[in-house]
Design a protein. Structure first.
Length: 123
């Protein structure tokens, strides 16, 4: 799983930078609120790309909890950022998809933290 989280983190980082470039250079026609959504999605994506990289580096020591965090981050990125991009770029509201994605991102952080604490207790 270590390689998977690092690869997904790199992919998320790559696409976040591409979206940031798109927002900076090609989305001037969007209104301020929709452009802000794209910026928010990009910012959350880049931070959670780093979180996936951390999961990859931590997975050998953090075990199932670290892998669970990587899964939660991945699904959270797809749902939360995907819903914000969809709303910002196409004005299509996906309803509860963004809040579910946000909860998955929170779960990822919780699992990562618990994996660190449980690793310390096992040592």
């Amino acid at each position: 799983m270590q390689t998977l989280w690092i690869a997904l983190g790199a992919l998320a980082g790559l696409t976040a930078v591409a979206m940031a470039a798109l927002a900076a250079h090609a989305l001037h026609g969007l209104d301020t609120a929709r452009l802000a959504m794209v910026h928010n999605a990009t910012e959350m994506q880049i931070w959670h790309a780093l979180a996936l990289l951390i999961c990859g580096l931590w997975a050998p020591r953090g075990g199932r909890l670290a892998n669970g965090a990587g899964g939660a981050f991945t699904l959270g990125l797809l749902t939360f950022c995907g819903a914000l991009y969809t709303l910002g770029l196409y004005a299509v509201d996906l309803g509860v998809v963004a809040p579910i994605g946000g909860m998955l991102l929170l779960l990822g952080w919780a699992l990562l933290g618990v994996s660190a604490i449980s690793s310390r207790l096992r040592a």
